[in-house]
Structures are given as C-alpha cells and as structure tokens.
Design a protein around this ligand. Structure first.
Ligand code: ISL
Ligand code: CA
Length: 564
C-alpha cells in the first residue's frame, strides 16, 4: 500500500540529466537510456521536474500546456515509453504538478485577457491604486513586485514568481475542476503521483496590502490557509481513485502546519518538503548566508524527526546549492560526500536523492553572470545592483546561492560534454567533470557512488532502517548520532561533521564505516561516518527515548558495556 514509505525517490532535472540527440538539452529518450543505471542504484521512484510544454522562463515551472510534452524533451510517446520502461524495472514515475501558476503563454491566460471570455476570472486581475500604483504592496518570491500590467486588458495580474508565471485564481471553482482533469489525464497514463509545487500558497484569502516586511510582504494572505486545505481534500478524492501519492513543496511551514497538510487523518498530502533545515546556514533569507554550524542543522533535523510521524528527507534539489559545498568539505570531498549520503539514507522518512548527489557533484564553478540561466539569480542580481552593492559582494551572494549550482549537466564521464551531450550544453558543465564523474566512480570500489549504492541496498533490505523509530543520541558542535529502533533491533549512526577528529562513547559492531574500519573504539577521523549494530539494553524501552531531549555525549553511555 504505502510503497512510498519503503522507497528511495530520485529527482531528475530533465534538462540536465542526459541528452540523446546532441542539441545540448537533456530529454526523455536520454532518461530512458539511463533507467538501468537507476534500477541498479536501488531507486524505487523517479520525480521528474516539469516536462510539460513551456516557454522556459523558469525551466518548465511556467507551463503553457499541461497535456503536452515540451518538444525539446521529446513526444508523448516518449513519455508513455518512459512510464512503461520504468515500470518494467520496478520504478514508479512521479510528475511535477505546478498549479499555483501557469505560463502567460497558456491558452487560459491568453483568453483571460479578454474580460468577456469564459477564462476572464482564471487569474487575479485588478486595477491599480491611484495613479500608477500597483493593486497592493505585496512582494514576490524572486525579489520583484508581483503585479504586471497587461495593456490588452488594461489591468494588472498577480504573479508571485516570475512575470510570466501568473497566479491562478482558486476563488473561481472552474480552475479546480480543470486541475482535477489534468490529474486524471496523467493518472490514467500510469503515473504514481505528483510532487506539488508551492502547494501551500494556492489560496489567497484577500488581496489587501499589508505591513512592509523584509521579504514576502503579503504572505499572511496566502501561506497554508484553510482554503488550501479544502483544495487539497478535493484533489485527494481524485488521487484516491487511482491510489496515487503526493508530496507537497511547502514554503515556510512549521511542523504544526506540516502535520495539518500531511497528517495521516487529514486526507490531503502524503508528505511535505519543509525548508527549515535548508535555512540553517542563513540569516532570514537565503541571500544572507551565515557560516554553517553543524549543530544548527542537527537540531533542526531532530526537531522535524520528532514532530512528524513521517516525512521527506532531503539535502539537495534543483533549487538548492550542492550539499558537499554547503554542509560538507570540498577538502574532504569523498569522506564528507559519503557522510552526507549516510545521513540521507539512515534517517526516518522517505529519502529524496537529487541527480548527481550520488557522485558528489559540487557547486558550479562559474565566474560571471553571463554563465547563469536562473531567472531568480538574474532578478536578484538586479535588485542588489539597485541597492548599490559592489560587484564583488553581489557575485559572492549569487555564486553561493544560485539555483544553477545544482542544475549543471550530470557528469557521466570525463569526456568533452561529460557524457551528457555531444553538442553544446544548455548550461555550462563543471570543470571538475574530468575528475568527478560516474565512469570513474564505477571503476573505483571506494567511490561515493559505490557507497550510495551499497547504503541503498542496505536500507532497502533493512526494516529497521526503513521503518524504525528515530532516537537522537547526540547533537553536539560537530558530532551527530542517532539510533534507529525496531523491536529488539538497534542501529546507531555516528557522524563527524568536521575536518577535526572527535571521540564519542557510542559503541557497537561496525556495519559500515567510510574509513573501512572493522571495529570501533569511539575515535572518529575527519568526516567519518560509522553505522553500528547495537544490542538493546534492558533499561531502554522501544519508543521511550523518543520523548527525551537530545543529550550530551556522556548522558548516553548506556549500552556501552554490553556492546564492547
Ligand atoms: O528556490 C527557492 C529558494 O531559492 C524558493 O524560494 C523557491 O522559489 C520556492 O521553493 C518555490 O520553488 C518551486 O516553485 C518555483 C520554481 O521556480 C522552483 O524551481 C520550484 O521548486 C516556481 O514554480
Ligand atoms: Ca536533447
């Protein structure tokens, strides 16, 4: 039934995965040609970032036809073949569902410009305030105003993202009916479910101006409101006809709001992508980076592990910088890559692995704006310029945060084009592709790739790793340790997030070590990750320790004596 509790889900950013025809753009036949690779890796489902028809202002997150495949990626026949070929390998396909907005190229929007058309109210159209003023003072996600004037209709339309991504108006019931039909269309083709883009902002309760904030002025009028819950319940009815699964991308959610969106009894989503752990290395907004302090990440992960019965686990996606560059150490690239993989694959929840993470791909080494494609980076650079920030500082901010860091083509080999394309890639290939690539790591038994493959097999074959309770043991300045507990079984994971060595009191029989150890005396080298099999101590009752607060090293010496 709930297959998604047992699977590792792999995210593909189609544009950058595998090109099959030399035009420099990844495509569906390219993905099909790599299904054997994904099957051998141990993937249970693929989440495809959007492949629908789109003018690509935001690389597919601006959809102009929900029932057509972007010709750059292939045809509907290719898509059907992908679903079938993946299914044959035991891999489900999850589509990206972007229903907060459509492209302004969408037929609905084009019709909507005419006030007499049946689509007139599909979007939020408003008059400006006074002379030249916008309908309200809200600000958008990409650092701009969120109203654009349309000369044909002589009104403004709302766009919380880029100018060409117009927000749909769910106060018009016809819009939701359209969306239900789109779901049915894809479910009938055999997709297993949807990743729902910015799904907690669908419902806007009013378009009133509000008090100016540093960012997202107006968001109290649309973040996780009851109207959105109602929409999700209605969509669930359709999804249930097909036994389909959903994961919602939910911006700015608290654990409490997340429970309301994906709790078992709610009949809405199955899980959510929360953002709090992605914000532990910033002040308020991602543009204001702060030094990464591992403890902040650990505390946040523990909080979410405790607060939700089940949720997603992820360290990367197409909007975030690469995790080694961010939470690991490029100097200890291999060790920290394996450590982050261990974290991803041993916590409780459904792991989402982003393409390239399994070979330790790093942030893009671009040096100028010209090399970027990301609409968000371009907009933000403009805003920073308006604030007269010097180029050096602007660049520092963009280089660390640009979404293109994770969007460079997959590094399949050390050849020109990195095995991704024979042509000119749509976005630059990282210069490190000569050393960091799949072909090299297939040969090297000690590679990050082999570590992932091995841990995925371990997880797929271990009920305690898939379903066990999460019990925090230690969340210090550099060491994160936790147990997974199921009945009598106990597995401890000990991770040293530092270039410096560490010492811990946890013991057990070594199942995996990224330093190849076969016994463990508590000493951890730089970026060392060990997985230990422990025996249950008579004093600890299963489930009991879950309610404990995260203790310091010495508070958790229990079980030591026995395990040694
Ligand atoms: O990327 C972010 C942080 O830099 C977020 O603000 C992001 O815009 C937000 O998570 C919404 O993301 C999703 O919807 C966007 C699209 O650009 C993203 O790629 C998508 O993941 C608009 O559809
Ligand atoms: Ca292509």
């Amino acid at each position: 039934m709930e297959w998604w509790r047992d699977a590792v889900i792999y995210q593909i950013y189609p544009r950058s995965f595998q090109d099959s025809n030399g035009d420099g753009i990844g495509d569906l036949p390219g993905i099909i040609s790599r299904l054997d690779y994904l099957q051998a890796l141990g993937v249970g489902a693929i989440w495809l970032s959007p492949v629908y028809k789109s003018p690509n202002a935001d690389n597919g997150y601006d959809i102009s036809d929900y029932r057509e495949i972007n010709p750059e990626y292939g045809t509907m026949e290719d898509m059907e073949r992908l679903i079938e070929e993946a299914g044959r390998r035991g891999i489900r396909i999850i589509m990206d569902l972007v229903i907060n907005h459509t492209s302004t190229d969408h037929y609905w929007f084009r019709q909507s410009r005419d006030r007499t058309s049946e689509y007139a109210d599909y979007y939020y159209w408003r008059h400006g305030e006074g002379d030249g003023g916008l309908p309200n003072n809200w600000t958008g996600f990409f650092g701009e105003d969120c109203w654009e004037f349309d000369p044909e209709r002589c009104e403004y339309y709302l766009h919380l993202f880029a100018k060409s991504q117009a927000d749909l108006n769910y106060h018009n019931p016809a819009v939701l009916e359209e969306v239900k039909d789109i779901l049915r269309f894809w479910l009938r083709k055999g997709v297993a479910g949807f990743r729902c883009d910015v799904i907690n902002i669908l419902w806007k309760d009013s378009l009133a101006s509000s008090r100016r904030k540093l960012a997202l002025t107006g968001s109290e009028h649309y973040l996780s409101l009851e109207g959105t819950h109602e929409i999700l319940r209605q969509l669930r009815e359709v999804l249930d006809e097909y036994g389909a699964f959903t994961v919602g991308e939910t911006v700015f959610v608290t654990p409490e709001q997340a429970r309301d969106l994906c709790g078992r009894d709610r009949g809405e989503l199955n899980m959510v992508f929360s953002f709090e752990h992605m914000e532990c290395d910033q002040y308020f907004l991602k543009w204001f980076k702060r030094r990464f302090q591992p403890k902040r990440l650990f505390d946040c992960l523990v909080k979410w592990q405790k607060e939700l019965e089940w949720n997603t686990i992820y360290l990367e996606n197409h909007d975030q910088p690469r995790s080694i560059s961010r939470f690991g150490s490029e100097a200890y690239w291999k060790e920290s890559g394996k450590l982050l993989g261990t974290l991803l694959l041993t916590m409780r929840g459904t792991p989402f692995l982003y393409q390239g993470e399994e070979i330790g791909m790093l942030n893009f080494d671009f040096t100028r704006m010209r090399q970027l494609n990301d609409v968000e980076s371009k907009n933000v650079e403009k805003v920073l310029r308006r604030f007269h920030l010097p180029w050096k500082l602007r660049w520092k901010i963009i280089a660390k945060t640009s979404r293109d860091n994770a969007r460079t083509p997959f590094q399949w080999s050390g050849a020109t084009g990195a095995g991704f394309t024979d042509g000119r890639p749509w976005l630059g290939i990282n210069h490190n592709s000569e050393t960091i690539n799949l072909a090299q790591q297939e040969e090297d038994r000690d590679s990050i790739l082999h570590w992932y493959r091995d841990l995925m097999a371990l997880r797929n074959g271990s009920e305690v790793l898939r379903r066990g309770e999460f019990v925090p043991l230690e969340a210090g300045k550099q060491v994160f340790a936790y147990q997974r507990v199921l009945g009598e079984e106990r597995i401890a994971v000990v991770l040293n997030f530092s270039d410096k060595p560490a010492h811990v009191s946890h013991r057990g029989e070594v199942i995996r070590s990224n330093y190849g150890r076969d016994s463990f005396d508590g000493a951890l080298s730089a970026w060392e990750a060990v997985i230990l099999k422990q025996t249950a101590s008579p004093s600890s009752t299963p489930g009991g320790p879950r309610s404990e607060t995260v203790g310091a090293i010495d508070d958790h010496a229990e079980g030591d004596a026995e395990d040694r």
